[in-house]
Design a protein around this ligand. Structure first.
Ligand SMILES: Nc1nc2c(ncn2[C@@H]2O[C@H](COP(=O)(O)OP(=O)(O)OP(=O)(O)O)[C@@H](O)[C@H]2O)c(=O)[nH]1
Ligand SMILES: [Mg+2]
Length: 694
């Protein structure tokens, strides 16, 4: 019975570029499933899912919100994520715990920069997905172009399930290519969504629909032997077989079903819901979760099974007035009951489950129990952070962590009074618990409090919350970028940890190569040990040491990036070798090696995409050049020009205001951090001098 329930669960996320219509679509889903009786609009500040004041004021999503609804006998847990790149952590943590997702693409703009970013994030967690081409009602909508972009830019195999009937203001419905029928919305006074009528495919679209149906079968035949055999034999292929093959291929990430609609005009959302239930996985359809045994770090699998011991991941911590600390949790195995004693295995902390809540944006319903496959919130936990593993047993395996990007900008924040200073410190801890991409620290030399985050908007929202939600009086300084270090030369290095002081000693010895890697590679650790000179049980310990050593570069104590470290050789002792000894040996080796590897200062570079009417092009490009930027690509999109450029983040502060005045408010831009690159020497000298003068 419990397994039967799980088969009907869909845990899905909605991800896309900013303003693609994620929240608008989620609001329609809540309306059509009967969860809400009224439609909320993001631009009026009435959307249920955008419940934060800052979201309602700005008409954008900032924090991911969870909700649950029912469709065709299935329970759908939905997480609506923000599109702005500064809140990328919200997408990352959601994709880590979700089983499937819907990617929204704008029918006019197609695959936008942030669509590519979230697509790559979904790739990282191998999340099966479908595409909803939204805004088919807008001038310039072009469904076919978007389908081509899915192939060319996202390098994926689209499987078109619905063809639009009409376009732009004449968009009136779609052809369902599985059932080969048309669905058309006739205007209705009763229902703002219009009355949906099923009919035969319009005469003038029959040929096009038949051709698209053939492509659908062709594509499926390349994924399913059963379809291939029938197709070759010229036999009829049943609707059930088509649907089960679509489901199978979607879950295996071989195809991406594509639907179209206009969420704002309430069109295509029911078909999207049908497709979510029919084609996206249940918790039983995805591979088992990966976890690591605490002592040995040995990798094991945890199956989605309520009869196994309880194991869950806290993926989001949020403080809510009158409720306290809410811990959004995905249960992977077992059952959880109110009042249970559990362990935060990651921190070795015993906790009690005070309440279990089903979340609906900022509303909640108390539950007595929850089980494998569920996404719920727990109240009553004391010490918890994002990505912590919860279990009944304190020695239980730890689930694979969520990784978050490093902060790239920071500002100093100065409280007005002593009372504000005391309050600020508590508030900063609360905010850090909530947001793993927000960091606060004290500058040892100046005594200033520094807050760091993912971008100007991120810090602006945080400062706004500090002032308004938490009532701290404070002023903030000018933003600064976070520098890093890189290396220019490859080196070989050796590290040893040998201690003999009576009793059991410590012995670790490693030989490693450190090499510079292309920009954007991050940190790569590999092992190539011949003849077992270092046993594989110590590899994770060496990696831990390597990563720790890379936190502080030899030049300015900044983290090091774009390097590959390969463990090649070493030696061990039967009795004295330990995880700690190998970690220390790796740290030693890295320190010695990095100093010889010609370290250089790096700064974050951004990829900026500006969309502008032709007449402002010259001024905008001139301005980008004056910011040490370089134009890498230019395109015509509808009647606008898009300019893609690479610019140091340090030169991009306050760009939105400048762009507005350069283009009389008609150009828009999106920006994401691309990679770190060398700071030109003249600039680096100014940055490094204060450190050297010390
Ligand atoms: N014409 C048209 N406008 C739409 C459609 N869907 C959404 N919009 C509008 O697009 C704007 C952005 O919609 P949202 O739903 O807030 O977009 P979002 O993807 O949630 O944005 P973020 O959460 O900030 O990334 C709003 O003004 C919507 O009314 C659509 O199908 N057609
Ligand atoms: Mg939104």
């Amino acid at each position: 019975m419990q397994l039967e329930n799980m088969r009907r669960v869909r845990n899905i996320g909605i991800i896309a570029h900013i303003d693609a219509g994620k929240t608008t679509t989620t609001e329609r889903i809540l309306y059509f499933t009967g969860r809400n009786y009224k439609i909320g609009e993001t631009h009026d500040g009435t959307a249920t899912m955008d419940w934060m004041v800052q979201e309602q004021e700005r008409g954008i999503t900032i924090t991911s919100a969870a909700t649950k609804c029912k469709w065709m006998n299935s329970d759908i847990n939905i997480i609506d994520t923000p599109g702005h790149v500064d809140f990328t952590a919200e997408v990352e943590r959601s994709l880590r715990v979700l089983d499937g997702c819907v990617v929204l693409l704008c029918a006019v703009a197609g695959v936008q920069p942030q669509s590519e970013t979230v697509w790559r994030q979904a790739d990282k967690y191998k999340v099966p997905r479908m595409v909803f081409v939204n805004k088919m009602d807008r001038t310039g909508a072009n469904f076919d172009r978007v389908v081509t972009q899915i192939k060319e830019r996202l390098k994926s195999q689209p499987l078109v399930l619905s063809l639009p009937i009409g376009n732009e203001e004449n968009y009136i419905g779609h052809v369902d290519l599985v059932n080969m029928i048309a669905r058309i919305w006739a205007p209705s006074e009763k229902d703002s969504a219009g009355q949906m009528v099923e009919s035969e495919i319009p005469e003038n679209m029959r040929e096009q629909a038949q051709a698209a149906h053939t492509i659908l079968i062709d594509t499926l035949a390349s994924c399913s032997d059963e379809i291939l055999e029938r197709y070759m034999a010229g036999e009829q292929i049943s609707k059930e077989l088509i649907q089960s093959s679509i489901r199978e291929a979607t879950i295996k990430n071989e195809i991406v079903p594509v639907l179209c609609g206009s969420a704002f005009r309430n069109k295509g959302v029911r078909a999207l819901l049908d497709a979510i239930v029919n084609y996206l996985p249940s918790p039983l359809d995805i591979p088992p979760s990966i976890a690591f045994k605490q002592e040995t770090l040995e990798q094991i699998e945890i199956a989605a099974d309520p009869s196994l011991p309880f194991s869950a991941m806290a993926f989001k911590v949020a403080s809510m007035p009158h409720v306290g600390k809410l811990v959004y949790t995905r249960i992977y195995s077992g059952v959880l009951n109110v009042g249970d004693q559990i362990y935060n295995v990651t921190r070795g902390q015993k906790e009690r489950v005070g309440r279990i809540l089903q979340m609906h944006a900022n509303q909640r319903i108390d539950l007595e129990t929850a089980q494998a496959g569920d996404i719920i919130a727990i109240v009553g936990m004391k010490r918890i952070g994002t990505g912590d593993t919860l279990a009944y047993d304190k020695d239980a395996p730890v689930l694979e962590k969520i990784t978050f990007p490093e902060t790239v900008i920071s500002v100093a924040i100065e409280p007005k009074t002593k009372a504000d200073l005391t309050k600020l410190s508590t508030v900063l801890h609360t905010l850090m618990d909530e947001d793993p991409t927000f960091k606060a620290s004290m500058d040892d030399e100046t005594g200033e409090t520094i807050i760091a985050g993912m971008g100007e908007l991120h810090l602006e929202i945080i400062v706004d919350r500090i002032l308004r939600e938490f009532n701290v009086q404070a002023s903030v300084g000018a933003p600064q970028v976070a520098y890093r270090e890189g290396i220019r030369r490859g080196v070989s290095t050796e590290g040893k940890c040998v201690k003999q002081s009576g009793g059991r000693g410590q012995y670790g010895h490693v030989v490693m190569d450190i090499e510079p890697m292309p920009r954007g590679s991050g940190i790569i650790f590999e092992t190539n040990v011949k003849g077992g000179t270092v046993p594989s049980t110590f590899f994770p310990a060496v990696e831990m040491g390597v990563r720790e050593a890379l936190n502080e570069g030899p030049l300015a104590k900044k983290p090091i990036t774009d390097v590959k470290v390969t463990l090649l050789d070493g030696s061990y002792h039967e009795v004295d070798s330990s995880i700690i000894a190998f970690k220390v040996a790796a740290i030693e080796g890295m320190k010695l090696g990095l100093a010889k590897a010609s370290p250089v200062l790096l700064e974050p570079y951004t990829r900026v995409e500006v969309e502008t009417p032709e007449q402002y092009l010259g001024d905008i490009i001139g301005n980008i050049n004056s910011r040490r930027g370089k134009v890498v690509n230019m395109e015509m999109r509808a009647d606008m020009r898009t300019i893609e450029c690479h610019v140091p983040l340090a030169e991009m502060f306050n760009y939105s205001t400048h762009l507005r005045s350069l283009s009389q408010g008609r150009a828009s831009f999106s920006m994401e951090v691309l990679h770190y690159a060398e700071v030109p020497e003249s600039v680096a000298l100014k940055i490094l001098r204060p450190t050297k003068d010390k």
